[in-house]
Ligand binder design. Structure first.
Ligand code: GLP
Length: 242
């Protein structure tokens, strides 16, 4: 694993945007795996700025997102579709027809997951997968478990995740209890992985996930087995390891 240490959130965002920009420049028709959460917001803002300056062209890019809340419509401002649209898709020249997320409005979980697996297969695999890191070590919405789930599945969110994500909702009762997420095998099949982490509150899980045992109890620990992972984190997030 390559570790890039940034001074602060802003530098982390710039460094992460450098990795994504390099990918887009070197392979203008690449498939980007994208993530939500508060951590990548600055990275997306950097990419938008570079696009506006004329330095990046997204016209040939395809994107597949990691996850989506089950039950939220696309126009719900807490849906991940809405998030992606607000932070990236509507601000760059990406073809909306080539941006994919699991369909949160599909009530039949088996159908929603099967359909998303079909999408992932049809785009031909992910060139660069961007990831955030949950406080419990989740990636996408792959929550701590006794197993690693291979492909897209419906997850019951843990109480700690519901608690962590309630800051985005009017009240905790509005936080969806289930989500559709890409599985660990799909994430591990990405050619390159970029993981962004910021803040002191993530320092302990960074140490556990990347320097501890490889276990489905800490789903991100599986990334230790991937041959091309770049961790871009600020000093606070790296404070327990460097
Ligand atoms: C969310 C998302 C993850 C994200 C994580 C961390 O629940 N499903 O993809 O990486 O939690 O979020 P944040 O960056 O806000 O800490």
């Amino acid at each position: 694993m390559k570790i890039i240490k940034a001074r602060d959130y802003q530098e982390m965002s710039r460094r992460a945007a450098n990795v994504i920009s390099a990918q887009v420049i070197m392979k203008p028709n690449c498939v980007l795996g994208l993530a939500t959460g508060s951590t990548p917001i600055g990275t997306y803002a950097e990419l938008v700025e570079r696009y506006q300056k004329g330095d990046l062209d997204f016209s040939g890019i395809t994107t597949v997102n990691l996850d989506e809340y089950k039950g939220l419509t696309r126009d719900n401002d807490q849906s991940y579709y809405y998030f992606m649209n607000e932070h990236l898709f509507s601000k760059v020249n990406i073809d909306p027809k080539r941006t994919f997320l699991p369909d949160g409005t599909e009530p039949d979980s088996a159908k929603a997951c099967e359909e998303y697996n079909r999408v992932i297969d049809s785009v031909g695999g992910v060139d660069l997968q961007l990831l955030g890191l949950g406080h419990n070590g989740h990636i996408g919405f792959n929550e701590p478990s006794d197993i690693f789930k291979a492909r897209t599945h419906c997850v019951d969110l843990t109480e700690t995740t519901v608690e962590a994500n309630k800051r985005f909702f009017a009240s905790i009762d509005e936080v969806p209890r289930q989500a559709y997420t890409m599985g660990i095998q799909t994430i591990m099949q990405a050619k390159k992985i970029l993981i962004v982490v910021s803040g002191k509150d993530k320092a302990a899980i960074v140490k556990e996930a990347f320097f501890g045992a490889i276990t489905p109890k800490v789903q991100a620990s599986v990334l230790q087995l991937h041959s091309d992972v770049t961790l871009v984190a600020d000093e606070a997030a790296l404070s327990e390891i460097i």
